[in-house]
Design a protein around this ligand. Structure first.
Ligand SMILES: Cc1ncc(COP(=O)(O)O)c(C=O)c1O
Length: 380
């Protein structure tokens, strides 16, 4: 691939710096989506085997983004999908505690909340220093803690947790570690199985540049076996070449992760383009994307830091920062005005918790960052 920038757009002359909200669909995925639509216009083109082939191909590329076995990938429709499986599938006892970190995105918390009806406590811990360190987590877990759920990269602050060290603490205390990877998968390298997490879940429509309504999760096989929640979908259960009718159908228990795939797993309009998008990212390389994005972040930080009235509030040091950069005017009441000014000038950033958030990805370049910072510095 010569220049990955050519694989994206057009952006109508605008600069999209908001992958943390939605990643744009690359052209490869647009072609794939057009193919899927053409197939549906002329359904004779859809082969029976496509119902297996499409999810399998998608699982192969997704598995490579988090370093796990494709057979262990569960296809969903969101980040929430995987958390929901765990919240409803694990066996809970009254008094159990689920630990989350203060400042979390709602998706990391909401799926667990119904468990309060079962006597489970959802406990929010405040790190002594952000991001939460292994030592701090070790001090805040109790004998009741059953599960720790955290974002990998925090949407509202840009901070990144050290997955492996927190996983080691959880492992040593018999606490499950569930990672919300939505703001990292596709933009940062991770080997989830080796890092020691018990599950990772992600949406597909941010850094993985897929359509909205996509997501996946990986659950460590030993934990998957413990799920008491049954999800039996006919197309997963049977071999399509052997369609039979009647009550001689038996529910198979040997399907592993496949059993928990979202229903209508060969979701052609979403999964065909999503697989193409992930393939494009993998061809470029997630490691390369991480380096590329970090150099744009370094440029943003350097240039914004020079302004006396602008302050970066997300982590800035090379080992600690992510591709999410949050900043504020020293008079924070001006942040909305600055954000709107950028928008009127063709620069798409986010305003979250009254902070301006930039999140560059592979299709952005240094010239764009230069344009953004000069536009911002002029009016700040
Ligand atoms: C950390 C994080 N998790 C999850 C989501 C989305 O959750 P879902 O895919 O369940 O809609 C977002 C953003 O929309 C997010 O920033």
């Amino acid at each position: 691939m010569s220049d990955i920038k050519d694989e994206f757009g057009p952006f109508d002359g605008r600069i999209w710096l908001n992958a943390a909200h939605q990643g744009p669909l690359p052209r490869s995925a647009v072609r794939a989506a057009e193919g899927a639509i053409a197939d549906k216009v002329s359904p004779h083109r859809i082969d029976d085997a496509d119902f297996q082939r499409v999810p399998q191909a998608l699982k192969s590329v997704l598995a490579a983004t988090v370093g796990v076995d494709p057979l262990e990938i569960i296809l969903g429709n969101s980040t929430t999908y995987g958390l929901h499986l765990l919240a409803h599938g694990l066996e809970w006892r009254p008094g159990d505690e689920i630990v989350v970190v203060r400042g979390e995105f709602p998706a990391t918390i909401v799926p667990w909340l119904w468990l309060e009806e079962r006597g489970v406590t959802i406990r929010e811990i405040t790190p002594r220093r952000r991001p939460l360190s292994a030592e701090d987590l070790a001090g805040q877990l109790t004998s009741k803690s059953r599960l720790f759920c955290s974002s990998w990269v925090f949407s509202f602050s840009g901070e990144v947790i050290d997955v492996a060290s927190l996983a080691a603490v959880c492992r040593s205390r018999g606490v499950l570690f569930v990672l919300n990877g939505s703001q990292g998968v596709g933009a940062r390298v991770i080997d989830a199985a080796a890092a020691g997490v018990d599950a990772v879940t992600s949406c597909g429509f941010k850094w993985l540049c897929g359509p909205y309504g996509t997501g996946f999760c990986w659950i460590r096989p030993q934990i998957l076996q413990q799920l008491g929640y049954r999800q039996d979908y006919w197309l997963t259960q049977i071999d399509q070449t052997d369609l039979r009718a009647g009550l001689d159908l038996q529910v198979r228990g040997d399907l592993g992760a496949r059993r928990y795939d979202v229903f209508c797993t060969a979701n052609f309009f979403n999964f065909v383009p999503w697989a193409a998008a992930v393939e494009t990212l993998l061809t470029f390389g997630v490691g390369r994307a991480q380096v590329h994005n970090d150099s744009l972040v370094a440029q943003l930080i350097d240039q914004i830091d020079q302004h006396p009235r602008l302050r970066i509030v997300s982590p800035t040091s090379p080992g600690e920062r992510s591709a999410l950069v949050h900043l504020t005017h020293t008079d924070a009441s001006r942040n909305r005005e600055l954000h709107d000014h950028l928008g009127r000038n063709g620069i798409d950033a986010a305003l979250r918790a009254n902070l301006i958030r930039f999140s560059p990805h592979v299709y952005n370049d240094a010239a764009e960052i230069e344009h953004v910072t000069s536009s911002l510095l002029r009016i700040a």
